[in-house]
Design a binder for this molecule. Sequence first.
Ligand code: ADP
Ligand code: MG
Length: 233
Amino acid sequence: MIEIKDLHKSYKIGKNSLHVLKGINFNVKEGELVAIMGSSGSGKSTLLNILGMLDVADEGTYTLDNFPIKDLDETKAAKYRNKFLGFIFQSFNLINYKSALENVALPLYYQKVPRKERNETALRYLEKVGLADWATHLPSELSGGQKQRIAIARALAAQPKVLLADEPTGALDSTTSYEVMQLIQEINDDGKTILVVTHEDDIAKMCKRVVILKDGVIIEDKFVDQVRASDHV
Ligand code: ADP
Ligand code: MG
């Protein structure tokens, strides 16, 4: 699903340049649940943003679902992004003046899905994350965990091939984090390919594979015995 070879990325800061990714190689197969770990500043978000086509690498190749991602103009990049990728962020990034249902329906609006179908689909995804009863509520009326569930439903509504989550539990307490990860596991069980950036061991352990970034390279890439919901009862 994802193939990256010798990826490099530097940021220019004034006259200086900060070399953040120094030759990243890795592949992700369809249906994997991968944690990307590393200390703060190790380049996790930089890597995820490149994978999410929100940023471009300076060097190296990136192939997503057999499409080489290179030299795309913004219109084409946006099209690929909408078709292939769903995003989940630490800060949820919900639209505050829109209801839960409207937030989930938003990607479908951009895909020009007619209103009735949009709302039906959005409701189905709200059901999937256990929040159908909250459809008409605003984000301000929801807890952090509920907001993240809404964000997950929104990401899924566009039926992306890959879900990219940057510290999805970073703003949540440990019980809620665990529940959100449990939902992410369920979505992965349904076959979705998911990458989760985290600096927390407990979160990484709930993934099937853990990739560790340090000093701009991958220092470890291992498959693990995933901690499952049933392990906790
Ligand atoms: P992580 O997500 O692992 O904490 P980041 O990918 O956000 O790390 O950042 C890696 C390094 O690149 C950090 O030193 C950060 O300060 C720097 N950095 C990130 N984004 C930018 C940017 N847009 N401009 C300049 N430096 C950046
Ligand atoms: Mg980050």
